[in-house]
Ligand binder design. Structure first.
Ligand code: BTN
Length: 259
């Protein structure tokens, strides 16, 4: 597959864009490039991934040329862990903006990092941090996988119950290069906005939430707890009301939304 050179000297994110027809993981390649001294904003895109990574140690299905598999190497200056944890929800907002601009469809966000189309997962985001031996942050790698043309058969029976692609909702979905171009514009904007535009991203994240007001389940101390998602707090944690009348705030982990 040929891929246009999307490198742009005026951008902070995407000044250098590297394309690999196939690679183990674009996140892993960004980490290797970071160790070799690559600059902040370097982008890696792959036609397919042989070891695409998802959250919680899961694999991310990365079929050749059917999705966009893209990672950005970021080098935040003096950012606290609290600030760094905002990168994933901010990226979810950026992905929604890029998708809406290209397709005219509406997208929502399932806390914390899944972008949904008509209730099914269209995009996953995995942010990974690398540290120097002395504990100082080396880089953050923001990895984004967007499903473009996978069929239900490509996903298989289990995944197709929860995952979708743009091709299942529109006659002519964007190509990986078109999707990458739109996404880089939004990621460049995100990086220019980070971290001062928190209120804008937070408000948009709340507005796009697919979980507020819904019954949700989450694991705690070996048990599955059910509650109701009340809202997104200022640090992007999810406020949940519990059956005993109490409340809790989830700042990491995964929830399932009850049907
Ligand atoms: C998830 O939904 O669990 C996160 C999926 C993240 C997948 C992307 S694809 C590009 C980048 N490279 C990887 O190995 N993972 C991320």
């Amino acid at each position: 597959m040929s891929f246009p050179d999307l490198s742009c000297p005026h951008r902070q994110v995407g000044r250098q864009v590297l394309f690999y027809p196939s690679i183990d993981s674009t996140n892993e390649e960004c980490r290797r490039l970071a160790q070799a001294g690559a600059q902040c904003g370097t982008v890696v895109i792959a036609g397919s991934q042989t070891s695409g990574r998802g959250r919680q140690g899961r694999a991310f299905q990365s079929l050749a040329d059917k999705g966009l598999y893209l990672s950005v190497l970021l080098r935040p200056q003096a950012a606290s862990m609290e600030l760094l944890s905002r990168l994933t929800p901010w990226a979810a907002v950026a992905v929604c903006r890029a998708l809406e601009g290209l397709t005219g469809l509406s997208f929502s966000i399932k806390w914390v990092n899944d972008v949904l189309l008509e209730g099914k997962k269209l995009c996953g985001i995995l942010t990974e941090l690398s540290f120097h031996g002395d504990g100082a942050l080396d880089c953050a790698v923001l990895g984004i996988g967007i499903n473009l043309t996978q069929t239900r058969e490509d996903f298989g029976p289990t995944l197709s119950a929860t995952a979708t692609s743009l091709g299942q909702h529109m006659a002519v979905p964007p190509t990986p290069a078109e999707m990458a171009g739109a996404l880089l514009t939004e990621l460049d904007r995100l990086w220019r906005d980070f971290p001062h535009a928190q209120e804008i991203y937070l408000e948009e994240y709340r507005r796009r939430s697919a979980v507020i007001g819904r019954a949700v389940r989450f694991p705690r101390e070996g048990q599955t707890i059910q509650g109701t998602a009340l809202g997104i707090n200022g640090d992007f944690s999810l406020q949940i009301s519990l059956p005993d009348g109490g409340e809790t705030a989830l700042s990491a982990g995964e929830i399932s939304v009850c049907l």
